[in-house]
Design a protein around this ligand. Structure first.
Ligand code: PT1
Length: 273
């Protein structure tokens, strides 16, 4: 079984949302079947990792009870693990969801709160699986207070170093840490201008020596330039994914797997010429 793909060339993480807003018509069986159909399509299209998430962190989303998140996510992880060897990551901040998802076959924990919820560091240390530490404002004390950054890259870098320090104290190995600056507005905390600056300066995060993940797919900052809706942002998302791969992103979290895979194949063909 392929537990964790080689990160020498950029890998594609396909987004599998199992939130109610992504399956608004669903009964449970229906939503499980739909999730599996979507996962199979992304695997066939070239996804290296399937990222399964039950809590929406988009700017307008609501919080959900942890049991509901487990009920949405874990059956999909288990069913996909049963039929496929592909790497599964679980997009969650709840230690309970992490525990059950890893037990069901997930081999990466993707946490937009960088293991800041009580018990999350301990679960990640216990299972010794790779963890994605993402920067956001989701774990800050005063919700809604958006900091004024003197230097966004330096501020995120300081946050990474503090989270890495706490990971190591908890017993998480350095080789299991992946960093993500957390592109996006809302509680991800970046204005459109800051998102573009983060793309431009993404290479500066290489100095920490950890693999880097970037998730820009269909996000709002694209729409502020193109004045379009999320479903019209595929080409722009692929363009940004190529730029990010070129400056050091090893994992690209995307909706449009086939298109991103084709674009990255061109990058590789040119690199190999
Ligand atoms: C991400 C990410 C994620 N994004 C990782 N996990 C989301 N590691 C969920 C907007 O401004 O970038 N990295 N899990 C989705 N969250 C958002 C946030 C979606 C903001 C859209 C926006 O449009």
């Amino acid at each position: 079984m392929q537990v964790y793909p080689d990160l020498a060339s950029p890998r594609i993480m396909g987004i599998l949302n199992v939130t109610p807003d992504s399956f608004s018509d669903g009964g449970r069986y229906n939503s499980l079947e739909r999730a599996l159909v979507h996962a199979r399509a992304m695997i066939a299209a070239g996804a290296d990792i399937i990222d399964i998430g039950g809590e929406s962190t988009r700017p307008t989303a609501q919080r959900i009870p942890v049991q509901e998140e487990i009920d949405r996510v874990v059956p999909v992880v288990a069913a996909l693990r049963k039929e496929s060897d592909s790497t599964i990551s679980v997009d969650t901040s709840s230690p309970e969801v992490m525990r059950e998802a890893v037990a069901a076959g997930a081999s990466i924990i993707n946490d937009v709160r960088a293991l800041s919820r009580p018990g999350a560091l301990e679960v990640a240390a216990e299972f010794q699986v790779p963890v994605v530490l993402m920067h956001s404002l989701l774990d800050q004390q005063e919700p809604g207070v958006v900091p004024v950054y003197d230097d966004i890259v330096a501020a995120i870098g300081d946050y990474f170093l503090e989270r890495v320090r706490l990971c190591e104290l908890a017993g998480i190995k350095r080789e299991n840490i992946i960093l993500d600056p957390g592109f996006g507005g809302g509680m991800f905390g970046k204005t459109p201008a800051l998102n573009y600056e983060l793309v431009k300066r993404f290479d500066e995060f290489k100095k920490f020596g950890f693999p880097l993940l970037a998730g820009v797919s269909r996000k709002g900052f694209i729409g502020t330039v193109l004045d379009n809706t999320a479903d019209e942002r595929m080409v722009a998302s692929v363009a940004l994914a190529v730029l990010l791969a070129q400056v050091g992103a090893q994992i690209l979290r995307v909706h449009d797997v086939r298109e991103t895979a084709d674009a990255l194949a061109m990058l590789r063909a040119v690199a190999d010429a």
